[in-house]
Ligand binder design. Structure first.
Ligand code: BV8
Length: 307
């Protein structure tokens, strides 16, 4: 059930077997994770080089963390927005978008918040953003309800890095004077050697509607429910009175729920499961229930699988 780039014969036999199942598949689901965007240069969360390596995820990605230290949390997301805006979709994003276009009954469940699938022209009705989007801003007071799409402000919070001599570290880059130094526009939060500047709450973005609360990124934090409309669409797809033929599990450690649980839901509906991941242990969370395991970079393997 496993193939890696170092064993070309095994890989092509597995590709052929996978292909013949793909051609027969009518209803297909894909669960996507950070590894899909790894070869676009965006760090994953867990594992080697992971963004959260030096931080406990729950110290950043929770409502409690935002309440306790909004400036710290905003620096993390400002950096992530900056990185994502400067990244490009890779061949795996395009291959999935193509599969979505050519398969009537297809749904991608993405845990990614980086906007790269959208920028690869993945049909929006076939892309469910389980964990929201870095490029939505919303009022941190749910009662206010304000939301806006925003993929232009960069950085969202004033300058976040190593002040250079003669520069005001709290100044925001202006249109006339674009600041192209990534270290200045977004502090590399994964580097523990960078000390985070302290930013007064007053200079964080505030809600233009209630004029009281801070804006926050439109992502789903730990302990928060996934968007109800997204969950309803996903449930409708799974509960349709037809089997699911194929589930692709791409670039995820399958560590975060409820997302990780969808693989079993698909399996219960008859799906065969194909995993794409460079970490041979990554399917462990799937409890050995992988029908195909393509060990390697999604950007290389998915285009071959979906060709
Ligand atoms: C909720 C968004 C109801 C913002 C993120 C037990 C059972 C069920 C649930 C729980 C439970 N215990 C606790 C919970 C709840 C919790 C949870 O799952 N905790 C875990 C840690 C146990 N879940 C929640 O809170 C969810 N809400 O359940 O609501 C509720 C409410 C209250 C109380 C209970 C229940 C909400 C979770 C949302 C978390 N939001 N982020 C942001 O991005 O900042 S999490 C975060 O993890 C990421 O954003 C990402 O979306 C998600 C998953 O990570 P992955 O994408 O898998 O990335 P990871 O780095 O882990 O792995 C990358 C993989 O890629 C690796 O395998 C690597 O080998 C591979 N890779 C590397 N390079 C490549 C590659 N693959 C292919 N090609 C390459 N080149």
């Amino acid at each position: 059930e496993s193939a890696s780039a170092s064993d070309p014969d095994a890989k092509s036999a597995m590709l052929e077997d996978f292909h013949s199942h793909l051609l027969k598949s009518r209803r297909i689901v894909a669960l996507l994770g950070a590894g899909l965007s790894a070869s676009s240069g965006l760090p994953t969360f867990r594992g080697a080089g992971g963004l959260w390596r030096t931080h406990d995820a729950t110290s950043i990605a929770t409502p409690q963390a935002f309440a306790a230290d909004p400036a710290f949390v905003w620096q993390f997301y400002s950096y992530r927005r900056h990185m994502a805006l400067n990244a490009k979709p890779n061949a795996a994003h395009y291959a999935l978008a193509q599969l979505a276009k050519s398969t009537t009954k297809f749904l991608a469940l993405s845990q990614n918040v980086d906007g790269l699938s959208q920028r690869a022209h993945h049909p929006p009705s076939k892309l469910k953003l389980l964990h929201g989007n870095l490029f939505d801003l919303k009022c941190s007071d749910a009662k206010c309800g304000y939301r806006e799409p925003n993929n232009t402000t960069d950085p969202v919070v004033p300058i976040l890095a190593i002040p250079q001599s003669g520069q005001d570290p709290t100044a925001t880059a202006t249109a006339t004077e674009p600041n192209t130094n990534p270290l200045i526009r977004g502090l590399d939060i994964s580097n523990p050697n960078h000390t985070l500047p302290s930013i007064p709450t007053a200079s964080l973005p505030h809600c233009p509607q209630c004029r009281k609360s801070l804006l926050r990124p439109g992502v789903v934090w730990f302990g928060e429910s996934l968007p109800t409309d997204v969950l309803a669409d996903v449930d409708a797809f799974f509960s349709a009175d037809e089997p699911i033929d194929l589930m692709l599990v791409v670039g995820t450690s399958s560590a975060v729920y409820p997302a990780a649980g969808y693989t079993q839901v698909a399996r219960n509906k008859g799906a065969r499961v194909a995993v794409v991941n460079p970490d041979p242990g990554s399917g462990r969370a799937l409890d050995g229930k992988r029908d195909w395991f393509f060990c390697g970079d999604a950007a290389e393997i998915l285009p071959e699988m979906l060709r």
